[in-house]
Design a protein around this ligand. Sequence first.
Ligand SMILES: NC(=O)c1ccc[n+]([C@@H]2O[C@H](COP(=O)([O-])OP(=O)(O)OC[C@H]3O[C@@H](n4cnc5c(N)ncnc54)[C@H](OP(=O)(O)O)[C@@H]3O)[C@@H](O)[C@H]2O)c1
Ligand SMILES: *[C@@H]1O[C@H](CO)[C@@H](O)[C@H](O)[C@H]1NC(C)=O
Ligand SMILES: *[C@@H]1O[C@H](CO)[C@@H](O)[C@H](O)[C@H]1NC(C)=O
Length: 338
Amino acid sequence: MKMIVVLYWILVIIAGVVIFGFYQKATNAVCKSKKNLTGRTAIVTGGTNGMGLRIATDFASRGARVIVACPFIDEGTQGRKTIVDKTGNNDVVFKMLDLASFDSVRCFAKEILDSEDRLDLLINNAGIAVARVRRSLTMDGLNLLMQVNYFGHFLLTLLLLPLMIKTGTPLEPGRIVNISSVLHFMAGTVNLDHINSRLYCNTFKLYGNSKLYLILFAHELSKKLKGKNVVINSVDPGAVGTNIFNQYWGGATGSIITYIFKNCFKTPWQGAQTAIHVALDSEAGKVSGELFKNCKLARAKSDAYDDMASAMLWAESVRLVKLDLDEAEFLTSSAYYH
Ligand SMILES: NC(=O)c1ccc[n+]([C@@H]2O[C@H](COP(=O)([O-])OP(=O)(O)OC[C@H]3O[C@@H](n4cnc5c(N)ncnc54)[C@H](OP(=O)(O)O)[C@@H]3O)[C@@H](O)[C@H]2O)c1
Ligand SMILES: *[C@@H]1O[C@H](CO)[C@@H](O)[C@H](O)[C@H]1NC(C)=O
Ligand SMILES: *[C@@H]1O[C@H](CO)[C@@H](O)[C@H](O)[C@H]1NC(C)=O
């Protein structure tokens, strides 16, 4: 009897997920911008797979110089080749970047600052959501999922800001886009005592927190960047059928869930549309510190607009990525190039 009740609920949940997925897929908005990106430079983290690959391909097809970054040479080389073959644009570069290592982030940023003379678009897309890394620590002593999804992008964004500030103009501001998630709603309140806790018992919550922090980061950074011709916004792509949740449930369950995701959720191309919209649309370039969903402005969880929490998270993040506050202020000011 009990078995039947459990089975019943499992079926109800699967049916709910399928209906929700199909609904989102059917109502997915597509970026309509015709913007030509010739002469512009874009960086897409995780631009070699999933949604990131579609975002990078879109930019390359508009003539941009595109730099894609991921931690695996094979996948990176393959991703670059896919983009070049699809678009005929040869100006696509793969660079190694492991967001789980601050050394790697610094090395990547240094290479960019040395080799590039402009940076128009930074898409903080890479992310992981794997259960078994829940308690893993990085070499830098932080939670692995948190560091890849949030701290790594925090440091990367700050280190690249001077180049973006130099590139941006009032009419064409530099744009930073963070890929957040609807799961930020599931994150509790911002708990700064636990920002780097290893004791998260629930990966969904850990993932949700990392995504809420991204939105808060944007909120804080957008204030610091007023008048500097760089805007920063977050995107909720919806439920997308990529490989990201593959390893969440191991074995057969994992395969079934991935099968469902791939068949009734948005395709990676559909999932990429809002990020592309926020990166290119002229109206979207006029706002900063906001969240977009389905190519429209949306409202994040109210915690994401908490000035005090975002200021505290900022200071705590600066400390944990081993910057000092002066260096962080310096990077967000335009003093660097003057
Ligand atoms: N799929 C969804 O339903 C959904 C919903 C909301 C938000 N999102 C967010 O959307 C973004 C893209 O996800 P996706 O669904 O397209 O997943 P995906 O196909 O797994 O792509 C993730 C990308 O991030 C890269 N990456 C992983 N670890 C990295 C590291 N340590 N350093 C640098 N790059 C790393 C991956 O590179 P490798 O392949 O080489 O590991 C891959 O290119 C993520 O931020 C995710 O949280 C996804
Ligand atoms: C963009 O504009 C350039 C000229 O400025 C042109 O050569 C190129 O074909 C255009 N690219 C696209 C994709 O429209
Ligand atoms: C984007 O992420 C960075 C790094 O995590 C953060 O500093 C910034 O505030 C975020 N921006 C938005 C709009 O969420």
